[in-house]
Design a protein around this ligand. Structure first.
Ligand code: BGC
Length: 809
């Protein structure tokens, strides 16, 4: 390994074993130990892929909430991914953060994976290329990136124990490839080892992946950090290539690693190597020796400039799935907007990707700003099954009289450990708040208005809820014994009642079952029944010229720590769409989800706009896309199956602890094309935008081993538009799936013709030889020029094909 800063080695030499080992476990949830004598500042790490949320899980500083990763990826644009990295670096600088824990570059294997929203796509090339651009955007501004999660971490069920069993060829050609591309092309300063095992060995102990491939073959010089609480051992993890255990200050290294060195299980040179990498990271982010300065002119998360950037980034990735001409939406039309997602637009997924945005613009607000009184808005059916912490609009801290909740936490000694005003209605207790002793009880209290109200609590423990002279008791058990899961998916309970007068709600919890976790207060208006909502929507749709129905998933499905069991929209949303489509003259559906859902009504409606999880400006972005203020020029980054189970990889539930990747390299469109699953509803790469395209005859050439394809395209539609020219390789060998090998995005004015050039990625012609443990070149095959494999425009022999022998290039 090369060390650009020679002083790293000098500094290392000055440390004894204990001092070195101390540096190799975090100092807190998101910080590392500093060392004054070394000139080492404590490094600050923050999630995550779609916003820099700060040094705590919840209640962190206000931060910009970006469109989620699939929406960013849907632009199929290196410039966009780079811009996101740049803006995240600015967000990090504002908060004095050294490393942002992203991008997430696991693949969309099964559409049931709960965390796919955080990861770019089902395709390793698209994922790797975008990841490299995002990493460059961050690191060019001195903020470290962290590729995560190495490797085969495509589902959440039993995520701490599951063994992903993946054959060597598939691992190389598919799941390691995005990491390989990003390491080679962008030199990320850190990588995160996953929770799961890979072929029987924990990812944090994977000598083969971590030492031999990542650090050896690929020459990765950065720091390999564990996922939070993922490290299971001292010696095997330290020897297996893990450099840093997170979080701290406790953990499985410390004394155990010192002992492992003393007994000879781990050599001191292994420890030195970990520390050297840590110091190198510190020097790269400006935390070693001369410390970096932080700019003070970074735009605020709610500033006009950020708002415009985030609106554009979200809108341009939105994807037109079907359109019979109703889109772009006619501004002068009398429009009825329907759906809970229109009023309560889901703008982030659940888990560590959550941030505390300055505001959240719903679709109703975005469209209202543009259509004014021509817009009629009606609520839809229920979309959640779990109670949610109150919107601060409904709660007032009885102590301060300001919006929010009062939280008091007492320790086992009875001492008052926290007495806080929260400007939200939930908080983590006992995890990232550095309590001096273990929490024993907590009390959340708030003043609420008179009227019919749903009240409840969130969090593990024995609760007593007092309101209006009544007392309600409930015991909430964790779904699993795992603290992390209880934080991410806490249990909840609520009841409906009518308050004659404004009242103070006091919810007290005994924390003896779990002394730490997420605690929250539920206060919300009691919603109408689904029957009523559907009937109201049908009447409103009948009076409109156009109905826009917004449906989707919520953080209950698109979340860390849980997978889905079906792709069906939650609740009675399908029924709502069908009823509105039957009543309205024209109907547009906006899908507010990042990952596949079933759309049984797709032939009943006039257009479908796939809006992803669009971030804090989501409502403005949807409105801008519908009205073509910004073209929704996205292309799908994952295949949308036609029904549950109709996909090459489906199961996410391990059998006897094993999740077998039996489909090999045939995930997503690759498997559909090979006949492993029925034709999908919409293919990876599909997206109509507002253009309409005629392709000329493609011409190929090979320059220094790189295949280039050139083709003339004409935008025959009435709007200026952006086309994404996609090139796939269909190899001759039946065990080799069709795969994306390159793409190019071009902007073309209405009626104009341009020549697009696609440079194909040579890595996509490789196949891994498992006997020789080396790459071999594929030969022969066809190139396919397509707008997603459901709309193939040309098929031609891959250049260099010798028609007699099949030999190539
Ligand atoms: C997630 C990581 C995240 C970490 C820190 C873990 O639960 O898997 O992606 O970076 O928490 O929040």
């Amino acid at each position: 390994m090369t060390t650009p800063d020679a002083t790293v080695d000098d500094r290392l030499a000055s440390l004894d074993l204990r001092a070195k080992v101390r540096l190799l476990t975090g100092a807190s949830m998101f910080t590392l130990h500093g060392d004054e004598t070394l000139g080492l500042a404590p490094l600050a790490l923050s999630d995550g892929p779609t916003g820099v949320r700060g040094l705590v899980f919840t209640g962190g500083p206000t931060a910009s909430l970006f469109p989620n990763a699939t929406l960013v990826a849907s632009s199929w644009s290196v410039e966009t991914a780079h811009e996101v990295g740049t803006l995240l670096a600015e967000e990090a600088q504002r908060q004095r953060i050294h490393v942002v824990l992203g991008p997430t570059i696991n693949l969309h294997r099964s559409p049931l994976g709960g965390r796919l929203f955080e990861a770019y796509s089902e395709d390793p090339l698209l994922t790797g290329v975008l990841a490299a651009a995002y990493v460059r955007g961050l690191q060019e501004r001195g903020t470290g990136a962290c590729l995560k999660h190495l490797v085969a971490n495509e589902a959440e069920t039993d995520r701490h124990t599951v063994d992903s069993v993946v054959d060597e060829r598939t691992l190389r050609e598919v799941y390691l490839l995005p990491f390989e591309i990003a390491v080679a092309d962008a030199d990320p300063w850190s990588v995160m080892a996953a929770y799961n095992d890979v072929n029987g060995v924990p990812a944090t102990e994977q000598d083969d992946v971590n030492n031999r491939i990542l650090k050896g073959e690929w020459g990765f010089e950065g720091l390999l950090v564990s996922d939070w609480f993922a490290t299971k051992s001292a010696g095997p993890a330290a020897n297996g290539g893990l450099d840093l255990v997170m979080p701290g200050p406790d953990g499985p290294w410390g004394d155990a690693l010192v002992a492992a060195v003393e007994t000879g299980e781990v050599t001191e040179s292994v420890v030195d190597e970990h520390v050297r990498r840590l110091l190198l990271l510190a020097s790269r982010v400006g935390a070693l020796g001369t410390h970096r300065t932080w700019p003070d002119d970074v735009p605020e998360p709610g500033s006009e400039v950020r708002r415009a950037q985030l609106t554009r980034l979200a809108a341009q990735g939105m994807t037109v799935l079907t359109n019979n001409g109703v889109l772009p939406l006619d501004r002068s039309a009398r429009t009825t907007l329907v759906g809970r997602h229109a009023l309560d637009t889901v703008d982030m997924g659940g888990g560590s990707a959550q941030v505390n945005p300055p505001h959240q613009v719903c679709v109703a607000e975005g469209l209202r700003a543009r259509l004014g009184s021509r817009l009629n808005v009606v609520d839809g059916v229920q979309i959640r099954t779990r109670p949610r912490a109150a919107d601060v609009a409904f709660v007032v801290d009885p102590e301060t009289g300001t919006p929010g909740v009062r939280l008091r936490v007492r320790g086992t000694s009875g001492a008052l450990l926290r007495d806080d005003h929260l400007d939200r209605a939930d908080s983590l207790v006992g995890l990232d708040d550095d309590l001096p002793e273990q929490a024993a009880t907590a009390v959340l209290s708030a003043r609420v208005a008179a009227g019919a109200v749903r009240l409840g609590v969130i969090g593990v423990g024995s609760w007593t809820l007092r309101v209006d002279g009544q007392e309600h008791r409930v015991d909430l058990e964790p779904e699993t014994a795992d603290v992390g899961e209880a934080v991410l998916r806490p249990p909840g309970w609520s009841l409906d009642l009518t308050l004659a007068e404004p009242a103070v709600v006091v919810a007290e919890v005994d924390l003896s079952v779990m002394p730490c976790g997420r605690l929250g207060l539920v206060v919300e208006p009691i919603p109408a029944s689904d029957e009523e909502a559907i009937a109201v929507a049908a009447r409103a749709a009948a009076e409109a010229e156009v109905a826009v129905v917004v449906v989707g998933l919520t953080e209950e499905q698109e979340t860390e720590a849980a997978d889905k069991s079906s792709l069906a929209l939650p609740g009675r949303q399908d029924e709502l769409v069908s009823v509105v489509a039957a009543a309205a003259p024209r109907t547009i559906v906006v899908v507010n989800a990042a990952t596949p859902v079933l759309m049984p009504w797709r032939d009943e409606v006039d257009a479908i706009l796939w809006a992803g999880i669009p971030g804090q400006e989501g409502g403005h972005a949807v409105a801008a896309a519908l009205l073509n203020e910004i073209e929704p020029a996205g292309r799908l980054v994952t295949t949308l199956p036609a029904r549950d189970g109709a996909t090459p990889a489906w199961d996410v539930v391990p059998t006897d602890g094993v999740l077998a990747y039996t489909e090999g390299p045939f995930i997503g469109y690759r498997g559909h094309a090979a006949g492993l699953a029925a034709a999908p509803a919409f293919w990876f790469g599909h997206g109509l935008g507002y253009g309409s395209w005629e392709y000329g005859d493609p011409v190929t050439s090979v320059q220094e081993g790189v295949v280039e394809l050139r083709v003339e395209l004409t935008n025959t539609g009435g709007h200026d538009s952006r086309e994404v020219v996609q090139v796939y390789l269909d190899p001759r060998q039946p065990d080799q799936p069709v795969r994306l090998v390159g793409w190019s995005a071009v902007d073309v004015a209405a009626g104009k013709t341009v020549t697009a050039t696609v440079r194909c990625e040579p890595r996509m012609w490789r196949t891994w030889d498992v006997d020789a443990h080396t790459w071999r070149q594929l030969s022969g095959g066809d190139l396919i020029l397509a707008r997603g494999l459901g709309d193939v425009r040309h098929r031609l022999l891959a250049p260099g094909n010798d028609p007699k022998t099949g030999d190539t290039r």
